[in-house]
Design a protein around this ligand. Structure first.
Ligand SMILES: C[S@@+](CC[C@H](N)C(=O)[O-])C[C@H]1O[C@@H](n2cnc3c(N)ncnc32)[C@H](O)[C@@H]1O
Length: 300
């Protein structure tokens, strides 16, 4: 039995863009526990949902018993164009990036540094994981991951220390990795967060290819949007948000259908500043504190 513990984020804010509309075709590319999809289905919209997660497939199957307007595809959203979708163009596309609370609590995935688990961090069922990165990447590769995805200034020092430690003993678990991070002598950036946060973030981004998936998806998404459709993206870290912000900037409508990208399509940016969760939502759901929502209207 799958227990769904995920609380959907900024549902009112998302809904506010389509409050006055009925019977929309919606593509939820990160179905997760189905929280957002359920809100759309409750309003009578037609939802096509995607997620790479096996548990999401089970949750969708159960939800389908109540809502026949739901179709689910288990795949990576970067491969959206490979799907044989019944509906070809959508009025609203949602990406709620990252991992769900269900995945965070799953000790087989091991995303949390609060619980011990085997080194993994892959929540998308692909080949790479933190064990392979930590035990087999060479110094340059490790340095790249920690510097680019963890924004750790002393990435080289950390890479060297890990390579030294793994030559003594294979690094198998989250707790072993945390010990190594602690003993590495690396000055982690923030005093406010757990010192392992940046390294864990880096390993998670690399294991799941998070930024590349997003970039590949953004290259194709215009093919799936109706004129005037909305593209709404919730991100949870600054690296991801930067990709989304630059995407809307580089593909904006300048005026009178003149497009920044010199193509025949673009976006009106509806969120000059990203929307963030209300204080009340943050109190109720701590995860929402780092969420940023950006929305564009598709013009072609
Ligand atoms: C934050 S959760 C979404 C929660 C969902 N909106 C809800 O209300 O329950 C993110 C989900 O996106 C999925 N995901 C992340 N990257 C993905 C990708 N590249 N392809 C497919 N699914 C992905 C994860 O498996 C996870 O279930």
């Amino acid at each position: 039995m799958i227990r769904d513990k995920h609380i959907p984020i900024m549902t009112k804010e998302i809904q506010s863009f389509i409050d006055d509309k009925n019977n929309l075709f919606i593509l939820d590319c990160t179905f997760g526990g189905g929280g957002h999809s359920k809100k759309f289905l409750d309003k009578g919209h037609y939802v096509t949902a995607i997620d790479q997660d096996n548990n999401s497939k089970v949750i969708a199957k159960n939800l389908k018993k109540k809502f026949t307007n739901l179709s689910f595809y288990r795949t990576n959203f970067k491969d959206l164009d490979l799907l044989e979708l019944k509906i070809k163009k959508f009025d609203f596309i949602l990406l709620d990036l990252g991992f769900s609370s269900n995945q965070l609590d799953d000790n087989n995935i091991g995303l949390s540094f609060k619980n011990n688990s085997n080194l993994n961090m892959n929540y998308l069922d692909s080949n790479l994981n933190a064990y392979k990165i930590i035990n087999f990447y060479n110094k340059e590769e490790l340095q790249r991951v920690f510097y680019l995805y963890g924004e750790i200034n002393q990435a080289e020092k950390l890479a060297k220390y890990i390579i030294n430690q793994r030559s003594i003993k294979t690094i198998n678990t989250n707790y072993e990795l945390i010990e190594i991070l602690r003993d590495s002598g690396v000055n982690f950036r923030s005093k406010k967060i757990h010192f392992a946060t940046q390294a864990f973030q880096a390993l998670r981004i690399e294991s799941n290819n998070e930024l590349e998936n997003l970039k590949m998806f953004l290259k194709k998404v215009h093919n799936f949007l109706e004129h005037n459709a909305y593209l709404a993206i919730i991100s949870f870290h600054s690296l991801e948000d930067r990709v989304v912000k630059n995407f809307f900037r580089d593909n904006r409508v300048k005026k009178n259908k003149i497009f920044q990208n010199n193509k025949d399509w673009g976006f009106e940016n509806l969120t000059k500043k990203p929307i963030t969760a209300s204080k009340a939502e943050i109190i109720n759901n701590n995860r929402s504190r780092s969420a940023k929502l950006r929305v564009g209207r598709f013009i072609n």
